[in-house]
Design a protein around this ligand. Structure first.
Ligand code: GLU
Length: 305
């Protein structure tokens, strides 16, 4: 394996050391970077750098069945080819499993989470939202998926771009899964613990995760932690409701001609074009100086023409 995280990653950008802003890009290594993930990477990078802040990269590799061998290195190489240089070491979620388990042990020991063996079919029969029945049993189950006792049920939050977001109360109140029945740690648990661990001040990502932010807000509250602010970018879609994704075989972005795709990503984000340059960091410097959050379309999705 190529150890990309050991490449000296000193950024070419002047960062204001005292800026408290810390942003991040958190890809799952289930396929190469495609145009949709490039938009999230560029958007979070420009926002962080224009705030004089840090930009971290976290590889969310806690779902081995969905991972493609070599993909993490490939994603990191692509980011570097685009001049998207991160601060510090890359954090791999696969190296944080002990921390996730320690948190689960403590939640279970304090009856703040419980085992559940309900099937999808049973939950469907409950109306689609889990009703908490395994958490109300007189004798607790001793295996299965683990659900959080969601006593806060946060159903609204502020998005920096989209304004106040309101969620369906049944969805917001649900005791959601934090460890799956197959033993894998759930995204919601890992993302909240790591955004806290890395002291992320603002999460910038695609709008496919807009609704799920209220679950993350709930976990932050239940853990007694301060949540980051949220900024959800429009999602790149092929048709209404169909995001460009690894699952629908979105083509990998061009690593040899990054100039064109970078300008396409800027255009998608409503930002002015930059002069094509051989050195990507020069293009990005111009993009940072021109970056204007108010120009980002306040839409959850945009169909690629
Ligand atoms: N790992 C997630 C993905 O690739 C993104 C998680 C996040 O930004 O919170 O879709």
């Amino acid at each position: 394996m190529i150890v990309i995280s050991s490449i000296p990653l000193v950024t070419g950008f002047v960062t204001l050391i005292h800026s408290p802003y810390i942003g991040r890009f958190a890809p799952s290594p289930s396929g190469p970077l495609h145009f949709g993930s490039l938009v999230a990477a560029v958007g979070s990078f420009l926002r962080a750098r224009s705030m004089g802040g840090q930009w971290l990269v976290r590889i969310e590799d806690i779902d081995p069945p969905r991972e493609v061998p070599g993909c993490s290195d490939d994603i990191l190489r692509t980011l570097l080819a685009y001049g998207l240089e991160w601060d510090g070491e890359v954090l791999y979620q696969s190296q944080r499993l002990d921390a996730y388990q320690a948190r689960l042990d403590s939640l279970m020991a304090n009856d703040l989470a419980y085992y559940c063996q309900c099937t999808r079919k049973q939950i469907h029969a409950m109306g689609g939202s889990y009703d908490g029945r395994c958490g109300a049993l007189e004798t607790s189950l001793d295996h299965g998926a683990i659900r959080i006792r969601n006593t806060v049920g946060i159903d609204k939050f502020q998005d920096t771009l989209m304004g106040e977001i309101h969620l369906d109360k049944a969805f917001a109140n649900e005791d959601f899964i934090i460890k799956r029945s197959d033993g894998l740690y759930a995204y919601q648990l890992a993302v909240v613990m790591d955004d806290d661990f890395q002291q992320i001040t603002e999460v910038v990502r695609g709008s496919d995760l807009l609704e799920t932010s209220c679950r993350q807000e709930s976990l932050f509250a239940l853990f007694g932690l301060t949540p980051p602010t949220w900024l959800h970018l429009p999602l790149v879609c092929t048709t209404p409701g169909m995001k460009l994704s690894k699952q629908n075989h979105a083509p990998a972005i061009d690593i040899d001609q990054p100039q064109t795709s970078l300008n396409a990503a800027l255009q998608f984000l409503g930002q002015p074009q930059v002069e094509p340059r051989q050195q990507m960091h020069l293009m990005l410097e111009q993009a940072i100086s021109q970056f204007d959050i108010d120009l980002i379309p306040k839409q959850t999705e945009i169909i690629l023409s």
